[in-house]
Design a protein around this ligand. Structure first.
Ligand SMILES: Cc1cc2nc3c(=O)[nH]c(=O)nc-3n(C[C@H](O)[C@H](O)[C@H](O)COP(=O)(O)OP(=O)(O)OC[C@H]3O[C@@H](n4cnc5c(N)ncnc54)[C@H](O)[C@@H]3O)c2cc1C
Length: 395
C-alpha cells in the first residue's frame, strides 16, 4: 500500500483524524500526554525554582521509552520515524514547562543524534543503551561567546598529539551543560580560517581533566533547563574520541540541525496550543462590562485567527516531518517552519498574556512563565533571520 492510500488511522494533537499518523504514533502521544499530566505538571514549578530537571525524572523517561524512539532496537530504542519525534516534541511543549521539554529534547534530538549518526560501532555500543535508558544525559556544545549563528566562526581548537587530541576554548549557552555526562563538542581541528572543512566533532566525558563547567547561566525563561558556559583548557581526549570523520563536523551539525529545527517547531506548536487552550478557558469565565470576555468580538476573533495560524504551523510541521521520514530534502521547509513557528509562538503568547489582563503579568500565572519561555524559540537553533536567509536562497 502506498503512503498516500493509507487508511486514516491516526489522530493529530487536536484529536482530528490525520493521514500523517498511525496507531503507533497515537499510542506514543497518549503515553507522553499521560506522563506529562501525572509526572511533569505536579512538579514543574519546583524544577523551575531549582533550575534543573532531577535525574530520576529523566531516568523515568528512559524507562518509558521516550529517549529511544528514533534509535535502533538493538540499543533499546523503538526505531520510529520523524513524525514520532514531532509527537514527542509537541506533547512536551504542551506541558507548559518548556524548560523541562528542552532538557529532554536536547538529550534525544539535538545532542545524542551526533553520537548515533556519526559515532563508531564502539562508541555507539558503549553509550547508546545508557543514553536511551536516561542513565547518560547528553549535551551538544557548538556555540561560543563569539560565534553562534556563524558556526564556521568557532575558535575552540583541537590539536592532535601522540597521546590524543588537546582541546582549548570556551562554549556558551550549552543546554544540559551543568548536569550532562556526555558532551558532543565542535572544535577546529584545521586552521581557524579553514571554514567548514576545519570543524570536527568530539565526544567528551564529564570529569575529563581540563574540562570544566565554568558557570551555570541565569536565564529569562526555560528556567528548569540548566544552561552552562564550558571551558576546555589543554583537555586531552583519546584519539578515538572523534565523532565521525575529521573535518566533517560542520556538515554533521548542519544535518542534525534539520531534526533539531523540526523539534523546536513542533515544541512551539505544542506551547502555542496550550496557551490558546488556557486563554480560551480564562476568557470564557472572566467577566468584564457585564459579560464574559469571550463575548467581545475583538477577543474572539483574535483568538480564532491565532488558532488558524497554529493549525497552519502544525500542518507544516507534520508535512515536513512526513517528507523527512520519506528521505526527501526538507531544508527549505525546515527553515520555513523554524522561522514561522518561532515567531508565531511569541505572537500567540503576547495575545494570550494580554487577554489575561493584570493576572497575565503575575509570576503566579502560567501564561507569564510561558511567554518568557517562548522568547528563545525565535533565537536558539537558528535565529529567525538566519532561517529566512535559508528560505530566501531556496525560493
Ligand atoms: C537558552 C539557550 C540554550 C541554548 N542551547 C544551546 C546548546 O545546547 N548548544 C549550543 O551549541 N548552542 C546553544 N544555544 C545557542 C543558540 O543556538 C544561539 O544563541 C543562536 O544560534 C544565536 O547565536 P548567538 O546567540 O551567538 O547570536 P548571534 O549569532 O550573535 O546573532 C544575534 C542576532 O543577530 C541576528 N542575526 C544573526 N545572523 C544574522 C543574519 N545572517 N542576518 C540577519 N540577522 C542575523 C539574529 O536576530 C540573532 O538573534 C542556546 C542558546 C540559548 C539562549
Amino acid at each position: 500500500m502506498t503512503a498516500m492510500s493509507r487508511p486514516l488511522l491516526g489522530t493529530n494533537a487536536a484529536g482530528r483524524a490525520s493521514a500523517f499518523f498511525s496507531e503507533e504514533h497515537d499510542i506514543l502521544r497518549d503515553q507522553v500526554r499521560r506522563f506529562v499530566e501525572e509526572e511533569v505538571k505536579p512538579h514543574g514549578d519546583t524544577w523551575e525554582s531549582q533550575g534543573f530537571v532531577p535525574r530520576p525524572v529523566l531516568r523515568r523517561m528512559g524507562e518509558l521509552g521516550f529517549f529511544g524512539i528514533r534509535y535502533d532496537e538493538a540499543y533499546g530504542g523503538s526505531a520510529m520515524d520523524t513524525l514520532a519525534t514531532a509527537v514527542l516534541a509537541e506533547e512536551l511543549g504542551r506541558s507548559t514547562y518548556s524548560g523541562f521539554a528542552i532538557t529532554a529534547l536536547v538529550h534525544t534530538d539535538m545532542a545524542s543524534v551526533h553520537l548515533y549518526n556519526a559515532g563508531s560501532a564502539a562508541q555507539r555500543e558503549r553509550w547508546m543503551p545508557k543514553v536511551i535508558a536516561g542513565e547518560a544525559i547528553c549535551a551538544v556544545a557548538v556555540t561560543e561567546p563569539d560565534a553562534g549563528s556563524d558556526v564556521k566562526g568557532i575558535r575552540t581548537t583541537a590539536r592532535q598529539t601522540a597521546g590524543g587530541w588537546v582541546l582549548n576554548g570556551t562554549k556558551m549557552f550549552i543546554t544540559n551543560g551543568v548536569h550532562a555526562d556526555l558532551y558532543c563538542v565542535a572544535a577546529k581541528s584545521g586552521p581557524l580560517d579553514g571554514g567548514s572543512k576545519a570543524v570536527t566533532m568530539f565526544l567528551v566525558e564529564k570529569g575529563t581533566p581540563g574540562f570544566r563547567v565554568s558557570r551555570a547561566l541565569d536565564k529569562h525563561g526555560w528556567r528548569s533547563s540548566d544552561t552552562a558556559e564550558l571551558v576546555f583548557e589543554d583537555c586531552l581526549v583519546p584519539h578515538d574520541a572523534i565523532l565521525g570523520e575529521e573535518g566533517r563536523g560542520f556538515y554533521a551539525i548542519m544535518r542534525n540541525f534539520q531534526n533539531e529545527r523540526i523539534v523546536i517547531g513542533a515544541m512551539a506548536i505544542g506551547e502555542a496550543q496550550a496557551a490558546l487552550d488556557l486563554t480560551l478557558a480564562y476568557v470564557k469565565t472572566r467577566r468584564a462590562f457585564g459579560a464574559p470576555l469571550w463575548d467581545k468580538q475583538a477577543i474572539r476573533q483574535r483568538l480564532a485567527m491565532r488558532a488558524a495560524e497554529v493549525e497552519a504551523g502544525r500542518q507544516l510541521v507534520y508535512a515536513t516531518a512526513w517528507r523527512d521520514a520519506q528521505g526527501q530534502d526538507v531544508t527549505r521547509e525546515v527553515s520555513m517552519l523554524k522561522a514561522y513557528c518561532g515567531e508565531l509562538v511569541n505572537a500567540v503568547m503576547y495575545d494570550c498574556l494580554q487577554f489575561h489582563g493584570g493576572m497575565g503579568f503575575m509570576r503566579e500565572s502560567t501564561i507569564e512563565r510561558m511567554s518568557r519561555d517562548a522568547r528563545v524559540q525565535a533565537i536558539g537553533g537558528g535565529a529567525t533571520e538566519v532561517m529566512l536567509e535559508e528560505v530566501a536562497k531556496r525560493i
